[in-house]
Design a protein around this ligand. Structure first.
Ligand code: NOJ
Length: 579
């Protein structure tokens, strides 16, 4: 397996709007991030992924870009950005930027031109079609509710928008569009950035026939259409579309391959087989992808808002099949939350009594699997989901559109709110909790989104003052990853895949072994140690319950030749030995 810096790094994701506000307008900004670089250095992360900071009308918080080469006014200036890059590089950290090129904003100059007339030179930069029988060109649903098409008055035609109507999809079939994008990427790379996170990059190629999603033919499509709905998920016509690999190989050849950078593609609805195609080291596309299979473990047949309990065996199965498929072929990215997902401790751990141990247990998982770990801001102090009392307090376009659609359809509002509490993207977007002063030290003004009231207990200042904090546990895991090749390059084998309480796996590298045992429950559990493992007298390497406690138990187990390891609620233990 090739050894590279991006396999050995830990990435920290910043959602700038919610990270740190320097000027009291309630919106996080670049000077705010600057003021926290020492904090990030202290944590020990090697790479920062900055969510979009480009000029944007903020219909989708920067994922709707109106100018790819300018900085959003609320966030600061290009000069601030240059200083940020320099400040990171000076501290030995790298910077990867968000690349949002499946769509632009409808306020981008290209779209302003494109919508003017059917023969405008920019017309073909986007995907325009006449209506069909007085309706949209096809039945595709937008990811953000309603149709994926909007009629534009100037030419009486529809344009495609897989996300909000202010996010028209770019037409990648058009070579000039691709060249414009490659030029823009090169411009950023020449400024010295260290890579890209590519937004919904596996949606860029659409079947040019743009067929309807709905079909009675069971042989076509992977998603059974829902007959009750007017608009349907059309993924079979644009997820991993016909030319996507060709485009990525072209991008790689013309841009990416010329720099020592890392790339991670956000890829919707992909299987491990798809993942191997995108990340295969001999295929020259991307270094790694974010898949969504884990993020779907608590969704029922109705999708994201149709919530069901997750099962640990399913989590293990997903992780293990990605590990197996990409082993020695591609590379995994590991994340349990980000700006689009609920907080991981609320979702997969316990955000009340066992908040600290469960956050550390989940961190142990992320940092001891093969693949690059991604930390989302606030995760390192165990920030939790929020329940906002009124829908008016929510800001996220996906949440608001869904709420109104369900409300118009006469659905039960209490039930909708319950789903929002669990799944809304705003759970992850509440401002970073720096200290216990007003607004958690995030802003001197009124924050754009409510600060989680638990900031008085959960905040960075508190974490830095407590040697047993989640923060210091992350710091330690990050250090270990840097020091120990087994964590990065060791093989992975899952143990007891059907167990619904414990997640256990082995790592092995050049005669060294690690055994990771994670208790995913709020009850004490017992793990049965393999005889051979017990014989090797494994040394307890990391535990989220404090080294001494774990070590004493392990010694006791060894002394009495006991093979059973008792685990506290949400306990994580990593043992090490040499064969
Ligand atoms: C994925 C991004 O992470 C999300 O925040 C955004 O809304 C969509 N892509 C559309 O750009």
């Amino acid at each position: 397996m090739n050894k590279t810096w991006w396999k050995e790094s830990v990435v920290y994701q910043i959602y700038p709007r919610s990270f740190m506000d320097s000027n009291g307008d309630g919106i996080g900004d670049l000077p705010g991030i600057m003021s926290k670089l020492d904090y990030l250095q202290q944590l020990g992360v090697q790479v920062i992924w900055l969510c979009p900071v480009y000029q944007s009308p903020n219909d989708d918080n920067g994922y709707d870009i109106s100018n790819y080469q300018q900085i959003m006014d609320e966030f600061g200036t290009m000069d601030d950005w240059e200083q940020l890059l320099e400040g990171l590089h000076q501290r030995g950290m790298k910077l990867i930027m968000d690349l949002v090129v499946n769509h632009s904003s409808d306020e981008h100059a290209w779209f302003a031109e494109s919508r003017q007339s059917k023969d405008n030179p920019y017309r073909d930069y986007y995907i325009w079609r006449p209506g069909k029988d007085g309706r949209e060109p096809n039945d595709w649903a937008s990811f953000f509710s309603g149709s994926a098409w909007k009629k534009d008055a100037a030419t009486d035609e529809y344009y495609l928008h897989l996300f909000s109507s202010k996010q028209p999809d770019l037409n990648w079939e058009n070579e000039t569009v691709r060249d414009e994008i490659y030029r823009m990427m090169t411009w950023w790379l020449d400024k010295g950035i260290d890579g890209f996170r590519m937004d919904v990059i596996n949606l860029i190629s659409k079947d040019p026939a743009l067929p309807d999603a709905y079909t009675h033919d069971p042989g076509i499509g992977t998603m059974p259409p829902n007959e009750e709905q007017t608009y349907h998920f059309g993924g079979q016509h644009f997820v991993n579309g016909p030319r996507v690999h060709e485009y990525l190989q072209e991008m790689n050849e013309k841009v990416l391959s010329r720099y020592d950078i890392m790339t991670v593609g956000e890829t919707v609805n992909v299987t491990p087989e798809d993942g191997a195609l995108y990340t295969g080291e001999d295929r020259n596309e991307l270094n790694m992808v974010f898949h969504f299979e884990l993020m779907g473990v608590d969704s029922g047949p109705g999708g994201k808002w149709d919530i069901r309990p997750w099962r640990l065996s399913e989590i293990k199965e997903i992780i293990s099949k990605w590990q197996t498929m990409l082993h020695n072929k591609g590379w995994n990215s590991n994340y349990l939350n980000n700006h689009d997902q609920p907080r991981m401790v609320s979702r997969f751990g316990n955000d009340s009594v066992y908040r600290k141990p469960s956050a550390k247990m989940l961190a142990t998982l992320l940092h001891t699997l093969p693949g690059t770990p991604y930390i989302y801001q606030g995760e390192e102090i165990g920030m939790t989901n929020i329940r906002l009392s009124a829908i008016e307090d929510y800001r996220d376009i996906e949440t608001l559109n869904m709420y109104h659609e369900y409300k118009d359809a006469g659905k039960n509002l209490d039930q909708i709110m319950e789903s929002i509490y669990v799944k809304s993207r705003d759970n992850a977007r509440t401002p970073m909790q720096w200290d216990d002063s007003a607004q958690a030290g995030f802003t001197k003004g009124m924050p754009w989104l409510t600060v989680n009231p638990n900031y008085t207990e959960i905040n960075v200042e508190e974490a830095l003052a407590d040697p047993d904090s989640i923060f210091y546990y992350y710091q330690r895991l990050i250090e270990l990853r840097r020091a120990e090749p087994i964590i990065v390059y060791g093989d992975y084998t899952v143990l007891q895949p059907d167990d619904e309480q414990l997640f256990a796996y082995m790592r092995s590298y050049e005669g060294q072994k690690l055994l990771v045992v994670l208790n995913f429950t709020d009850q004490a559990q017992v793990f049965l140690l393999d005889e051979e493992v017990a014989y090797n007298q494994p040394e307890l390497w990391i535990s989220n319950y404090g080294g001494d406690h774990g070590r004493a138990l392990a010694q006791e187990a060894n002394m009495h030749n006991l093979r059973s390891l008792p685990l506290e609620p949400y306990e994580a233990r990593v043992y090490r030995w040499q064969e």
